[in-house]
Design a binder for this molecule. Structure first.
Ligand code: ADP
Length: 294
């Protein structure tokens, strides 16, 4: 059972204001965690709960949100505290009151994401690993984007898939594709940009003033086109978003092929998490990419 008194005490300690967990409402819509809207009549918090061993995942999420906020580009919920209470891991965030998109909201999201991508690092990776869905995401620093993508993104998921026993065909195609990553990225020299890392439409919304908010990130420094690619994987981002992004920071030529390569990572992750039809999608993506390089 969740120890709400303990969590309320830790919120009070973190904020320096008395807080009682008077009102609690379950929030639906998450994929991984239980979520609760916690309120004392005045102040509201968003609390994620999971098994004790999820505390590292929550710590990484908190640091990711802090990194996005530090870029001063797009709104992300402020982390309040995290830890373990009564054998349960918790993450407390600022509660965001969501509203609908205004006429200008999608355009602002595109422009603000482009601004976030202007935050860059010296190398590709991040100071810690995090998770993508519930899968480990390795963020070991690499000076070369191609090495980073081949090892820590595609190679990692292909190795995981192998352990999950997909068809021989998928494994063979994965192997052939791994040898072509360098060719597919030939001549492409991206900067290591701060990425949300898991930017599907379920992780972006608008607050009551119509301002964009992004949350539930899997932050690392990578090719900014990887964030853009993911927005296209499951849809939900409109033409104003892409027009504003491209006006601020146009994608380089050859983007459609890289989009498929970057999205393969997420499709493989879905295959590893959920199986089913994702094997066919991964197979088709890999064959399409291999056809590009002959
Ligand atoms: P999970 O980690 O389980 O995928 P999410 O972070 O996606 O959970 O959150 C689940 C849902 O809760 C989101 O779809 C969103 O509607 C809502 N939500 C997320 N963060 C906040 C927040 N800080 N304040 C209010 N609601 C939030």
């Amino acid at each position: 059972m969740t120890d709400w008194a303990e969590i309320a005490g830790r919120i009070a300690a973190a904020t320096g204001c008395r807080f009682t967990a008077r009102d609690r409402r379950e929030v639906r819509g998450g994929c991984i965690n239980r979520a609760v809207h916690l309120c004392d009549g005045q102040r509201s918090y968003f609390v994620k709960l999971n098994r004790r061993d999820a505390v590292a995942m929550f710590e990484a999420e908190s640091e990711g949100l802090t990194a996005i906020r530090a870029s001063n580009s797009v709104r992300a919920p402020a982390p309040v505290c995290h830890g373990v209470a009564a054998d349960e891991a918790y993450l407390v965030l600022e509660f965001v009151h969501f509203g609908g998109a205004g006429p200008d909201s999608e355009r602002r999201l595109g422009a603000q994401l482009a601004a976030m991508h202007q935050s860059t690092a010296e190398a590709f990776g991040w100071r810690r690993d995090n998770t993508i869905g519930s899968t480990l995401q390795v963020n070991q620093w690499e000076s070369n984007w191609c090495d980073f993508l081949a090892k820590h993104r595609l190679g990692f998921q292909l190795a995981l898939a192998e352990r999950n026993n997909p068809s021989r065909r998928l494994q063979d195609t994965g192997l052939r594709l791994s040898e072509k990553v360098r060719v597919l990225l030939e001549g492409h020299r991206p900067m290591p940009s701060l990425l949300h890392g898991d930017l599907w439409s379920g992780n972006a919304a608008y607050d009551r003033s119509g301002s964009p908010v992004i949350f539930d990130p899997a932050v690392y420094y990578g090719d900014r086109e990887a964030d853009l690619a993911m927005t296209e994987l499951f849809g939900g981002f409109g033409p104003d978003f892409y027009a504003a992004y491209n006006a601020a920071a146009p994608v380089a030529s050859g983007y459609p092929v890289r989009r498929d390569l970057y999205n393969l990572y997420h499709v493989l992750n879905h295959l590893n998490l959920f199986g089913g039809g994702y094997e066919r999608q991964a197979q088709q993506l890999m064959e399409r990419l291999l056809a590009e390089v002959g």
